[in-house]
Design a protein around this ligand. Structure first.
Ligand code: HAM
Length: 427
């Protein structure tokens, strides 16, 4: 036998049996974002590698270890499968001349690619719903985004999530803090693990985010960023906290929340869960006031977040909030030669007349018994029997499948009304 071709590690098929949760989530997300005035944008999956290096930062795990990068002879420049969406969306705003003081509320959904070690709900291809508000300086935009995510969980019926927030200040206040942090970690250098030693040069803030339990004690004693905020960032953060309290969105200030991407300034936030094992972040984001300028666009502030779709769908499943797939309403059984051509055209006409009704036409023939077994399994409430005998009499057989009732004849000319009436009776 020829060897079968397997899927790529960390990249998943979403099968029909799993798609219900995805579609439910996507429908709710789309409606909610539209209600809040966000517009959809779609950008390519492939961008120049340079974009991600500049946006996300050279010393981040994503850029150092996780990007799918390749060369394209024609392009003559290195290309990368997007590990996240923010950089590409900002590139699109710049390269399509959409800034010039304008404000944009944008969202997109699509696959992202990171060469991480696959685990439960950590994949190499995963989907994000990504949301960005560009051109807004004040905390009101941060507040609206967070309130919207809180509403999203309520609509989805997901309650095992908690909000963590922090402020990273401005690049200037962070520089002062960074020096203090380096001084502190240098004093403990002998106890730092290899990763942290490397980060000490490039990105010492990321040491605070270390997952190594042996690092926890050193990290716990480190100076706090929130104690070194500049006055404007302090005020921005206080307004955010006050508003969240007023709106009624519970939160925890987590001074160790630094996020894994370098473009953040001021607000950062993360919705975490205890329901998904080691991977606790379901939705995360923050403000990136310097990013657009860093990518060569005119300086424009922005704030946004991304939700991991697989993780949110998993939470929906655990909360048993995935609606069941609706069964067919009517199953059409055919018997005889004339019926096999008359049946399909009759059903097409019925579909025109009753667009809300789900018809399932028996495909692939089969005995009467087989067809009825399929009708039963389809979950349909009603069977229509199109047989040569019935056709000769100008009728179609109508048989309720979910209650005790005999088969009756319905004149072909009145079939749409007959089906509607039978379904209204609970078939
Ligand atoms: P991020 O925290 O890197 O942020 O990713 C956002 C979300 O994507 C995470 O909270 C998680 O739910 C999901 N996610 C990340 N990696 C994986 C993975 N390997 N497998 C499954 N799910 C994953 C960003 O990407 C930023 N661009 C968010 C943002 C938008 N900030 C501002 N605007």
């Amino acid at each position: 036998m020829t060897e079968q071709i397997q899927r790529v590690r960390g990249m998943n098929d979403v099968l029909p049996g799993q798609i219900g949760g995805w579609q439910h989530l996507e429908g709710i997300v789309r409606n909610l974002l539209t209600e809040y005035g966000f517009e959809e944008i779609r950008t390519p999956v492939v961008e120049h590698t340079e974009l991600f290096k500049r946006a996300i930062g050279e010393f981040t795990d994503v850029v150092e270890k996780e990007m799918y990068t390749f060369s394209d002879d024609e392009e003559k420049r290195s290309l990368t499968l997007r590990p996240e969406a923010t950089a590409g969306v900002m590139r699109a705003l710049i390269s399509n001349g959409m800034l010039r003081g304008a404000r944009h509320k944008l969202w997109c959904i699509g696959p992202m690619f990171r060469h991480e070690r696959p685990q439960e709900v950590r994949y190499r291809q995963f989907y994000q719903v990504n949301v960005e508000a560009v051109g807004f300086t004040g905390p009101d935009a941060d507040i609206e985004l967070i309130a919207m995510t809180a509403r999203l969980w309520r609509r989805l019926g997901i309650d095992r999530v908690k909000l963590n927030i922090n402020s990273l200040g401005t690049p200037e206040s962070r520089r002062v803090y960074r020096d203090k942090l380096v001084e502190y970690f240098r004093a403990h250098e002998a106890r730092l693990d290899a990763d942290s030693k490397r980060r000490l040069e490039g990105n010492p803030l990321r040491i605070l985010d270390s997952k190594n339990p042996e690092m926890q004690e050193i990290v716990a004693g480190a100076p706090l960023l929130t104690d070194h905020l500049d006055p404007e960032s302090r005020e921005h953060f206080d307004t955010l906290c006050n508003s969240l309290r007023e709106i009624g969105v519970p939160y925890q200030v987590n001074p160790r929340l630094v996020r894994g991407l370098d473009y953040y300034t001021r607000t950062v936030f993360e919705w975490i869960t205890d329901a998904l094992g080691a991977q606790d972040a379901v939705c995360s984001g923050g403000r990136y006031d310097g990013l657009i300028a860093q990518l060569g666009g005119e300086s424009t502030p922005g704030v946004g977040f991304a939700m991991g779709v697989e993780r949110a769908v998993k939470l929906l499943e655990k909360a048993e909030r995935v609606p069941a797939r609706p069964p067919a309403d009517v199953y059409v059984v055919m018997s005889g030669e004339r019926a096999s051509t008359a049946g399909p055209s009759m059903v097409e006409r019925l579909r025109d007349q009753l667009p809300q009704v789900r018809f399932e036409l028996n495909l692939g023939g089969g005995t009467f018994k087989t067809q009825f077994r399929r009708a039963d399994r389809s979950g349909a409430a009603l069977a229509l029997i199109v047989g040569d005998d019935e056709l000769a009499r100008g009728v179609v057989g109508v048989k309720p499948l979910r209650r005790e009732a005999g088969q009756t004849d319905c004149p072909i000319a009145e079939l749409a009304a007959g089906v509607r009436a039978a379904l209204a009776q609970g078939a």
